[in-house]
Ligand binder design. Structure first.
Ligand code: 9WO
Length: 232
């Protein structure tokens, strides 16, 4: 069974959105497991402190290396084979390729920091993959941890049906998604493109491909360049 462990000071945030729909059903069916490890339970002072003022001064608080270190040690127990992942805007941008690699492995241990950040010695003592979801700052690493886990779990065998897996392949062609339509055929004076009602599967396929190309060229020159280079 694929296993996710998340280190957080807010274990009540879990399973949260992972407990519903596709990922929630897969969790109930035992296709994967989730443990939220409460970092605060590894605090040893009477106030159960997990943070302290930054050495060198400056605003905010920093997550303590000793407390987080003990939490990581505990989370690794019986899970020595799981890669450690730090969710941070300083990390390598997450890609579908990395998601696939993680989904094919035994699971992951995600470290979800809070405050201004975590003591840098933690990453030295417990090396892992620093992963970013994008160039923005959140209030903590929990939502990125959930996002990463969601991306992995939907790829696990048996989680989604054949139809959706084909969708996956189409994304992995390197293009953005083509637009989707369903009933009603007319809505707010807007029609469904005629070709989709034609029943000509080859025309439908060609139209969707052209749409995916156009939208990728307009919105994501970076993806478009890579796609074009791959097609030379
Ligand atoms: C971990 C870490 C590792 C190396 C260098 C800096 C680091 N910061 C953290 C960390 O855990 N930061 C916390 C999480 C504290 C501040 C808010 N945090 C956070 C994570 N905000 N935004 C993210 C995030 C994560 C992934 N992708 C986009 C944003």
């Amino acid at each position: 069974m694929w296993r996710a462990r998340v280190l957080t000071i807010f274990p009540d945030m879990f399973p949260g959105p992972l407990g519903v729909s596709l990922t929630g059903q897969a969790l109930t069916r035992g296709l994967w497991s989730l443990d939220a490890v409460d970092i605060r339970s590894f605090a040893e002072d009477k106030h159960a402190s997990v943070d302290d003022v930054p050495f060198g001064g400056g605003p905010g608080m920093v997550m303590r290396a000793d407390v987080l270190g003990r939490a990581i040690e505990a989370a690794r127990e019986g899970a020595e084979d799981l890669p450690l992942v730090y969710l941070t805007p300083r990390g390598k941008p997450l890609t579908q390729e990395r998601v696939r690699d993680l989904a094919e492995g035994p699971g992951l241990i995600a470290v979800a920091g809070r405050f201004e950040g975590i003591d840098a010695r933690v990453m030295e003592a417990y090396p892992g993959n620093e992963v970013s979801l994008g160039d923005f700052v959140l209030s903590g690493g929990e939502l990125p941890a959930m996002t990463l886990i969601d991306a992995c779990v939907r790829l696990l065998p048996g989680v989604i049906g054949a139809e959706e897996s084909l969708q996956e392949e189409s994304f992995e062609s390197g293009l953005l998604e083509y637009p989707h339509y369903t009933r009603p055929r007319q809505w707010h004076g807007l029609d469904v493109p005629e070709v989709l009602l034609s029943g000509h599967h080859e025309n439908v396929r060609a139209w969707r491909h052209a749409q995916a190309e156009e939208i990728t060229r307009e919105r994501r020159p970076d993806l478009w360049e890579r796609y074009e280079r791959g097609n030379i």
